[in-house]
Design a protein around this ligand. Structure first.
Ligand SMILES: Cc1cc2nc3c(=O)[nH]c(=O)nc-3n(C[C@H](O)[C@H](O)[C@H](O)COP(=O)(O)O)c2cc1C
Length: 301
């Protein structure tokens, strides 16, 4: 999957020479709210060692414009398109999901983990009760598949996943960005206009892998697929996420420096399957071989 916020509304990608929508199983559109949002003041991006911090602030033209003006320009025959629904209140999530429910979109991702907006977003996603309420409210107004995007910025992501599954989610996206900050020592000011932002890219991969492994312990009992994401940069990374429990994987920040990375990841996955005499990537999901006696507290060692 191409991840939300990293490919605009899908149409930008079709202009890149050599890219075919068939390279990706699905394209997730930019976070969409009930009404248009201008986003946060600049700067909105800062490069970090092995990653970047963003605080776009959910800039988007609003759900009406996305459904009426953008979706008709997308080629639904070639690939799947997934909406990314965001909101400041439960009512706003309902409004956005209801509108997408009446559209040709293939599935709806509920973004309860955006760290870059003052109300809603992570405020919902870091509280299991609120997460479950948002998912249940969205479930009630759509028959399309719902994917809930979980926040890594919380105490017990597995418990949150369990609550979202009970509330009716069909899939889980694990993880959204981690909260971060950068400071310009010349001006002695924050680099990001919003002061803080979401850290993504290879820097967050070890955290994301552990979160996928933790969520998988809950999700597998309910047969709920996980879209593993966070710093995936190579076929080897993709294999790691699948071994940890992901059914499929998403590419976000890596697209910024290699828009063609999907082809490499797909080709590398096929090589890996061949080398290990596996018939399908599905055989990798959760196939991690754990030591018999698992150390509970790795950080004490
Ligand atoms: C510039 C930028 C904008 C993003 N916007 C959204 C968004 O609108 N909605 C959302 O759910 N996630 C958003 N994300 C998070 C990504 O979809 C992804 O979950 C996260 O970056 C981790 O994957 P990665 O390390 O491969 O980028 C954004 C990420 C970046 C870098």
């Amino acid at each position: 999957m191409l991840l939300s916020g990293c490919v605009g509304f899908g149409e930008e990608y079709t202009r890149i020479e050599g890219f075919s929508n068939r390279d990706a199983g699905a394209i997730c559109l930019k976070g969409t709210t009930g009404t248009a949002r201008p986003g946060n003041p600049p700067s909105r991006l800062a490069e970090t060692p092995c990653g970047m911090i963003n605080a776009i602030g959910l800039q988007n033209p609003g759900v009406e414009a996305v459904v009426n003006d953008i979706l008709p320009t997308l080629d639904f025959d070639e690939t799947r398109f997934i909406a990314n629904a965001s909101g400041s209140t439960i009512e706003e999530y309902i409004e956005v999901v209801r509108k997408f429910d009446e559209s040709p979109i293939d599935a709806i991702e509920i973004n309860i983990s955006c760290p870059n907006v003052k109300e809603g977003g992570a405020a919902f996603g870091n509280d299991p009760d609120m997460s479950a309420r948002v998912v249940a409210a969205c479930r009630a107004v759509t028959s399309k598949a719902i994917i809930t995007k979980l926040s890594p910025n919380q105490t017990d992501i597995a418990e949150n996943a369990r609550r979202c599954i009970e509330a009716g989610t069909d899939g889980l996206a694990v993880i959204n960005t981690l909260m971060g900050m950068a400071i310009d020592i010349k001006s002695q000011q924050p680099v990001i206009g919003n002061v803080q932002g979401g850290l993504s890219g290879p820097a967050i991969k070890p955290v994301a892998l552990l979160k996928v492994h933790q969520v998988y312990q809950v999700a597998r009992a309910h047969d709920i697929p996980i879209i593993g994401q966070g710093g995936i940069n190579s076929p080897e990374d993709a294999v790691e996420f699948m071994l940890a429990g992901a059914t499929t994987i998403g590419l976000g920040t890596s697209l910024f420096y290699d828009p063609m990375i999907c082809k490499k990841v797909n080709a590398g996955l096929l090589d890996y399957l061949e080398q290990h005499q596996l018939g399908s990537v599905a055989e990798l999901t959760g196939a991690l071989k754990l030591p018999e006696k698992v150390q509970v507290c790795g950080e004490c060692e």
